[in-house]
Design a binder for this molecule. Structure first.
Ligand code: FAD
Length: 476
């Protein structure tokens, strides 16, 4: 038994939703596209899971954050796929792939063939079992990658008040989950081996600002060490986390955010793999010309830096998906992907954006005590290659993106010039606008979007989305 499609997207996450939108925009016919996803719901904006989804009140729920609402497009609920003649196979795991035969096999044994496939399998969380931690299967240990994990975490956080949580990992998942746990009134301790949070991106000074804010909210930090074991209760749940130095941290709940791995397993030995992802060219073609790969799973050439990278950022997932569809349907008229790395996070009432590359010397500016500050990274050629800003306006972020894109020479008084260095940079090529981030914040911001999904709000979001969409078009 089998079915054949012209196009198959394997994976039903962020990138898949944007790919579907692009396919429809470019006018494919009914029955030509099939999306296969092991998730139970249509593609959604994944970042909402660690933000609005975890709110104690007025939490955001599907269908509010299906793709592609984050950039002001319509909300692609399940019926949208049906109405556009797209076969959306949910709860369907692909268990094997044969790229020579252009065939996929699902867990039910069905064979699905394609002419062209986009692999958008994203990534999976690293689990403590993989590090040999015993007892890591207890029911009060949570991870956060998909909607099932998020629903599980919401249940596990109840009743909130009086509960103790230990968060393992100091990356953005750890930071965002901790903020959510605090909002739900849990008493939280964060544990990580690095000397400060967000160690892959933040300097000690930037991290200090966020850690201080967290401390003011009651969060405790145990740094420079790792967990060694779990102490279990008679019910089999974790009762305490034991650290390597013997410290015992009582816990009613453990949240683990220790990294992810790209889902490449189906294609190892069939497609070229690099940097832990499926290697693609600047049009997202893999080593087999009928297969493309996008989003978290793709290792792609970053034109700006002349190297190959795999980025785990939603902006790239969205853009790479659209770019690949353009390349598939419009071939040689599609330019090379020229991406400026962009990442953001929102916790409590804080919000930051990062653009470019965090290499070389870091120059800080601004006033942390006022909640608006930033940083520039200067490489060995004295060019400003990376920018970071907390508490900026949409125009500020656009200016910071432009600096990272243009890579101007760093003046000696860069720290004094601060943000004005970016805002006064002569307008040249505009890079990615952050205007879309405003729409995104309405959907994902845990601390400003408290209203739920009433009709009035849906109308409001649509209006704001429309306004920002028009504005974004102007900025670009
Ligand atoms: C909680 C959370 C918060 C985040 N917050 C931010 C943020 O603030 N800013 C930011 O820039 N990025 C953020 N990200 C990262 C961002 O969400 C990802 O970069 C983005 O989702 C990647 O899109 P993707 O489509 O490549 O992968 P995914 O969205 O992970 O989608 C992959 C899909 O493939 C499916 N799949 C995998 N294997 C198979 C198979 N064998 N058969 C069938 N289906 C399969 C999966 O079930 C999933 O549906 C966050 C991620 C998470 C988890």
């Amino acid at each position: 038994m089998g079915r054949a499609f012209k196009f198959v997207v394997l994976g039903g996450g962020n990138a898949a939703g944007y790919a579907a939108h692009e396919f429809i925009k470019r006018g494919i016919g009914p029955g030509e596209l099939c999306i296969i996803s092991e998730e139970p719901v249509a593609p959604y904006e994944r970042p909402a899971l660690s933000k609005g989804y975890l709110l104690p009140e007025g939490a955001v729920r599907l269908p509010a954050f299906h793709t592609c609402v984050a950039i002001g497009h319509e909300r692609q609920v399940r019926a949208w796929y049906q109405d556009h003649g797209i076969e959306l196979l949910l709860n369907t795991r692909v268990t094997s792939a044969d790229v020579k035969k252009r065939a996929l096999t699902t867990q039910s044994g069905e064979t699905i063939t394609y002419k062209t496939m986009i692999v958008a399998t994203g990534a999976r969380v690293l689990r403590l079992e993989e590090f040999g931690v015993t007892g890591a299967d207890a029911s009060n240990i949570c991870y956060l990658r998909d909607i099932r994990d998020a629903a599980f975490l919401v249940d596990a956080m109840r009743p909130g008040q009086g509960m103790k949580a230990v968060v393992i990992g100091g990356g953005y998942i750890g930071m965002e989950c901790t903020a959510a746990l605090v909002a739900n009134k849990l008493d939280v301790t964060m544990v990580y081996p690095e000397p400060h949070c967000m160690a892959r991106l933040f300097t000690p000074e930037i991290a200090q600002f966020y850690e201080d804010r967290y401390r003011k909210k009651g969060v405790k930090f145990v740094k420079g060490t790792v967990m060694a074991a779990f102490e279990k209760s008679s019910s089999g749940k974790v009762a305490a986390v034991i650290l390597k130095d013997g410290t015992r941290l009582p816990a009613d709940l453990v949240v683990v955010g220790v990294g992810i791995r790209a889902n490449t397993a189906l294609f190892e030995g069939q497609l070229a793999i690099e940097k832990g992802g499926i290697k693609v060219d600047s049009k997202f073609r893999t080593s087999v010309s009928t297969v493309y790969a996008v989003g978290d799973v793709a290792a792609f050439p970053v034109k700006l830096y002349g190297d190959i990278r795999r980025l785990e950022h939603v902006d790239h997932a969205r853009k790479s998906a659209r770019h690949a569809v353009s390349a598939i349907l419009s071939g040689d008229t599609t330019k090379d992907y020229d991406y400026l790395p962009f990442f953001y996070s929102r916790v409590f009432n804080l919000s930051w954006q990062f653009y470019g590359d965090n290499v070389g010397k870091c120059v800080l500016f601004g006033d942390q005590s006022r909640g608006k500050f930033g940083a520039y990274w200067i490489d060995e050629r004295n060019a400003v290659v990376g920018t970071f800003l907390e508490g900026g306006s949409s125009e500020d972020y656009t200016a910071m993106a432009r600096v990272a894109r243009v890579r101007p020479e760093a003046p000696p008084d860069l720290a004094d010039l601060g943000l004005s260095f970016a805002t006064k940079l002569p307008a040249g090529e505009l890079s990615q606008s952050s205007a879309a981030g405003k729409v995104l914040s309405i959907i994902e911001d845990p601390y400003t979007w408290q209203i739920g999904t009433s009709l009035a709000l849906v109308v409001g979001v649509a209006a704001v989305a429309y306004w920002h969409h028009r504005r974004r078009k102007k900025l670009l």
